[in-house]
Design a protein around this ligand. Structure first.
Ligand SMILES: [Zn+2]
Length: 299
């Protein structure tokens, strides 16, 4: 199957009130696990890697190029509609470097930029990306984040409806990540409260689909309420690494003494394979929650 355009995925999701998941991967195992989940659920999906927690020197030297190529190949081979995203570039230059590397969607975070500078920079990225047939996700509000079990939300504020309309009009982004109460890096012990009424106001006022980051810490019923209110794409990252880590620990306990059967054999009993299977199961649950299961045929 050819790589799916982000707009095709999100337009259908918006129309039929479900959300497409962006499940952030970090290696070949996790990328494959996302595709396996999508095929098992007959779900559209967005695969890819991101820059929020990774080493930017490595990303720029080779990470973006290598994993862009791998992700694009997996998306082409996938039996369900799959888009390929480079998430949360830390600069215009890093987002640019993802163009031509296999990604058909990019996003840049504008930490520390003034609103005016962020609008100019995002508009420049959109012009370049669209010329390369790559979609752009925009964002102008920061989310709160958990660090060592402590919530830091000093910079976080609810996305203002008028500011969102202005941002989209001036940048021409294809979708907008909004700050509506979710938090990055939640691993348990904290439950955010999503502002569904603000989601509804934003969805009514904007012509582009809305994106929710920080999906890891949001309970299923709140995710579903957010989707019903107008969220069309949900990002999940932290929870996936947690599940993979737990699966790997369990797999290592049960592993054979032969390292060839423990790492990379893809045989039953391999610890990496066991972790990837656990990851696939978790992603399938998210797809069911978001309502994207069974929607592959819609494209
Ligand atoms: Zn995020």
């Amino acid at each position: 199957m050819t790589i799916a355009a982000l707009s095709d995925l999100l337009t259908d999701a918006r129309e039929h009130r479900y959300a497409v998941g962006y499940f952030e991967a970090w290696d070949v195992y996790s990328l494959e696990a996302v595709v396996a989940a999508a095929e098992a659920e007959q779900s559209p999906v967005i695969i890819g890697i991101g820059g929020l927690t990774a080493n930017h020197a490595w990303l720029r030297e080779q990470g973006i190029a290598v994993y862009g190529a791998v992700a694009a190949m997996l998306a082409e081979r996938a039996k369900t509609p799959t888009a390929v995203m480079y998430n949360e570039a830390d600069s215009l230059d890093e987002a640019r470097s993802a163009l031509g590397c296999g990604f058909n969607t990019v996003m840049m975070v504008g930490q520390g930029m003034t609103m005016e500078r962020l609008i100019e920079t995002t508009a420049a990225l959109v012009a370049e990306a669209h010329a390369a047939r790559v979609a752009v996700e925009g964002e102008f509000d920061e989310l709160g984040e958990m660090r060592d079990g402590v919530l830091h939300d000093e910079e976080a504020r609810l996305t203002d409806v008028d500011a969102a309309v202005e941002f989209v009009r001036r940048t021409n982004v294809d979708c907008l990540a909004v700050s509506v109460g979710s938090v990055h890096f939640v691993t348990g012990g904290y439950t955010p409260t999503l502002h569904t009424s603000r989601i509804r106001e934003l969805a009514d006022a904007l012509t582009v689909p809305l994106v929710l980051h920080g999906g890891s810490g949001v309970p299923p019923e709140q995710l579903q309420a957010a989707v019903q209110a107008g969220i069309s794409k949900v990002n999940v990252g932290t929870r996936l690494k947690q599940v993979f880590g737990e699966g790997l620990a369990l797999g290592l306990q049960r592993a054979s003494a032969d390292p060839n059967l423990t790492y990379g054999s893809r045989l039953p009993g391999d610890a990496m394979t066991a972790a990837a299977l656990a990851l696939t199961q978790e992603i399938r649950r998210y797809m069911q929650t978001l309502g994207s299961s069974g929607k592959a045929a819609n494209k």
